[in-house]
Design a protein around this ligand. Structure first.
Ligand code: V47
Ligand code: SF4
Length: 412
């Protein structure tokens, strides 16, 4: 009797489930037809992505229309993400150093900078910089991310010395330092060339360049938010020179302020063009604008929907970038975790001592443990992989580590 009841229940459930599945698949079909009717372009974009073909500027702008379903864009970005990086989600153990917040520029989106005589102005002395290096190594960090302001009174030697003393004391700590905004300033200070500046920095111990200072390249926006600092051409010249010297670098885009969607696509297309030329970019990081304490504090912080759409569109447009980073500090932990299914394959790192976003109101923790990062990744259904700055697997025994095999991604 027990068997019979089981059989009856199983048959009942099976027909109930198959009815439900039929209904769901009819619903899916109806939705697909509706999307095709309203968004015929999405179908040709899907075909291109599945065939590994490059999307055009117009197609990128089209994907930013809010009516184009976010989930469809996300699913397509996920195809590319898994094609390149499988189920891996990368993280690193890193720390930040912002040696000074004093800055000659006044970018409207920046809450971090200070004037020379302001109470909150600081310059970190050498002993404390070395102390930060010691703390980093004791915590098992593989990387120190160094960016800051352009101090009115500091000469190039001061910036060079930051790299030199850290590298001499902690040669295994990778120094990812100074954006093109700083490199351009160093060129002005030294009246030399980008190559000469970069050569001196490499000789002192520079390992790679971070992606900052990119903001939005188009002059229509750039002239309004950061008119005085390195322009797009200078930013690209510096990365080109670095790549020609064998240095690797990252790229960013600051979105969610006064720019329009087409400015973002213009930005991505320009990055894609330099990557075609040099292949020197490792990862792209979309940076969500944080308005608190800035001159743009009347603007609302971008929504999670815009964050995820930007992540997915970046993955789709930048077909020649291996990695897209969901920087948890500024996205928030929840959105960064979701982004791992919307094109991102990297969460950045443990990030101790971050100031730029926290000064601008970021509510994320000051630091995240490796256990927490790995839990987030596993919950998102991905496999955590610790990487170093240059995307080698890290082989670790507690605080001791060494770089292992390079992480290989497919190129289409
Ligand atoms: O260029 C400044 C941005 C950048 C705000 O290479 C702001 O892995 C949002 O270089 N709201 C510097 N963004 C940070 C940077 C970076 C960050 C993460 C990873 C990497 C990498 C590099 O920070 C600046 C600017 O675009 N920024 N103020 C703000 N209120
Ligand atoms: Fe200075 Fe950089 Fe802030 Fe601009 S973003 S004001 S260059 S610290």
């Amino acid at each position: 009797a027990f068997f019979n009841i089981n059989v009856v229940i199983s048959i009942g459930l099976a027909s109930c489930y198959s009815g439900l599945f039929d209904e769901l698949s009819r619903e899916h079909g109806r939705r697909r037809t509706m999307i095709q009717a309203t968004h015929p372009k999405l179908d040709s974009i899907r075909d291109k992505v599945l065939a590994g073909e490059r999307l055009s500027y117009d197609e990128g702008v089209y994907l930013y229309q809010p009516e184009v379903p976010l989930n469809d864009i996300g699913a397509l970005a996920n195809v590319v993400r898994e094609r390149k990086n499988g189920n891996h989600a990368y993280y690193n153990i890193n720390t930040h150093l912002n040696p000074t917040n004093v800055c000659i520029y006044r970018c409207t989106f920046c809450a971090f900078r200070a004037d020379l005589r302001e109470d909150r102005a600081y310059v970190i002395p050498d002993e404390q910089i070395l102390e930060r290096g010691r703390e980093a190594v004791e915590n098992g960090c593989t990387e120190m991310h160094i960016v800051g302001g352009l101090h009115h009174l500091k000469k190039f030697d001061w910036y060079l010395n930051v790299i030199r003393i850290l590298h001499e004391a902690y040669p295994d700590l990778h120094l990812k330092a100074w954006t093109p905004v700083e490199i351009n300033w160093f060129r002005e200070l030294t009246k030399s060339s980008y190559r000469e500046v970069l050569e001196q920095l490499v000789e002192a111990g520079l390992g790679s360049l971070p992606g900052g200072g990119a903001e939005i390249f188009h002059p229509e926006v750039r002239d309004k938010i950061c008119e005085h600092k390195a322009d797009a051409e200078e930013w690209f010249d510096i990365h080109r020179t670095a790549h020609q010297m064998g240095l690797r670098s990252n790229a960013t885009m600051l979105y969610g302020h006064i720019e329009e969607p087409w400015h973002r696509i213009d930005h991505l297309v320009r990055l894609r063009e330099l990557q075609d030329e040099t292949g020197g970019f490792q990862t792209f990081i979309p940076l969500a604008f944080h308005p608190e304490n800035t001159n743009l504090d009347h603007i609302k912080k971008p929504s999670s929907a815009l964050d995820l759409r930007t992540m997915a569109i970046s993955r789709l447009m930048l077909d020649n970038f291996d990695h897209i980073k969901a920087y948890w500090i500024m996205l928030g932990i929840g959105t960064a975790q979701l982004a791992l299914s919307y094109g991102a394959d990297d969460l950045d790192g443990t990030v101790r001592h971050e100031l730029i976003y926290h000064d601008a109101g970021a509510k994320t923790p000051e630091v995240m443990s490796v256990e927490d990062i790995c839990r987030l990744i596993v919950e998102a259904g991905r496999d955590p992989v610790e990487r170093d700055t240059l995307y080698h697997r890290v082989v670790r025994d507690g605080q001791k580590w060494q770089s292992g095999d390079p992480i290989v991604t497919t190129t289409t």
